[in-house]
Design a protein around this ligand. Structure first.
Ligand code: C2E
Ligand code: CA
Ligand code: CA
Ligand code: CA
Length: 279
């Protein structure tokens, strides 16, 4: 027993040490990574279920490190949310997104809205509205061209301040999407207090509904509720045709997931939307 316990400890220590190393690495490299443009924005298309055409996209960041390769966001977003660097990174992603939308329109293509992820810290930044407006002005875009995805868990603390911040963004004309809807506990309450346009159904519902009748019922209920409230619903994490068919049956508006496309680098995304028309 003692041996086993020792092994367990060794394993535990190793993984903690690895984690600390990674965190140390991330903290000491983040600033130069931003300057050196190692953060790259990928786009994942969202499809309209009525005609299965691309209707918009979500910007998702990756860290392309020269030695370590492509580092996924789940390895650094949390760290940046804790130390505040997320605000700088999110603004970078936002600017890259505006830049792309501008160049896409300039090449004679029809407008395609793109959503960016907004963190709690961003909303508490009292300059956010001014920064967003100046970016839009710089690229000659309208707020409705950019959707803001705000995760449900962002509302758990300082709800009043969050609600105020989100209302301001909505008043400026941004489209507000509530991300990971159904993953927290405050969702229904927040629905009545926040000026939301789009609900993003958390992927746990979509992915496990076949193993749980309750999940399927909740999904069906959320989609109906959203419709009664005049909100659009987008289902995330759609991986199979069966899921697509069920979501169509339930009247979900939009879907996003590997079944249609993974998040793509911008050149690959452009190739895709040039092939598949978008609505
Ligand atoms: P999220 O906002 O919920 O984004 C959706 C995540 O689901 C993305 O992971 C996407 O690649 C993944 N996904 C899409 N379709 C499928 C599918 O069919 N199956 C499965 N299993 N996964 C799918 P990703 O890109 O690794 O991002 C993870 C999270 O990191 C995001 O979750 C978001 O919370 C955060 N994140 C990414 N980029 C940014 C950013 O620029 N700013 C901020 N603040 N957060 C970001
Ligand atoms: Ca999101
Ligand atoms: Ca302000
Ligand atoms: Ca999500």
């Amino acid at each position: 027993i003692k041996g086993k316990y020792g092994m367990h400890c060794a394993y535990y220590d190793d993984s903690i040490r690895q984690k600390l190393l990674d965190e140390q690495f991330i903290l000491s490299n983040m600033k130069s990574a931003l300057v050196n443009r190692e953060f790259v924005v990928f786009f994942q298309p969202k499809y309209d279920l009525l005609d299965e055409k691309i209707c918009s996209a979500e910007a998702l960041v990756r860290w392309k490190h020269p030695e370590r390769g492509l580092i996924p966001p789940n390895q650094f977003i949390q760290i940046f949310e804790n130390n505040g660097f997320i605000t700088e990174l999110d603004l970078y992603v936002l600017e890259e997104t505006c830049k792309w939308v501008r160049s896409w329109i300039d090449r004679g293509n029809p407008m395609i809205p793109v959503s960016v992820n907004i963190s709690r810290a961003d909303i508490f930044n009292s300059n956010l509205d001014a920064i967003l407006l100046s970016l839009l002005k710089k690229y000659g875009l309208d707020p409705s061209h950019i959707h803001l995805e705000i995760t449900e868990s962002a509302y758990t603390e300082n709800a009043e301040q969050m609600i105020h911040g989100i209302k301001q963004l909505k008043e400026l004309g941004f489209v507000i999407e509530m991300d990971d809807f159904g993953s927290g506990y405050s969702s229904l309450n927040m629905l009545s207090e926040l000026p939301i346009d789009v609900l993003k159904l958390d992927m746990r519902f979509v992915q496990n509904y076949d193993r749980s009748r309750d999940k399927r019922n909740i999904m069906s209920f959320v989609i109906s509720l959203a419709k009664w409230m005049n909100l659009k619903v987008v289902a995330e994490g759609v991986e199979t045709e069966e899921q697509v068919n069920l979501l169509k049956l339930l009247g979900c508006h939009w879907v996003q997931g590997f079944f249609y496309s993974k998040p793509l680098p911008l050149d690959a995304f452009e190739t895709l939307i040039e092939q598949v028309n978008f609505s």
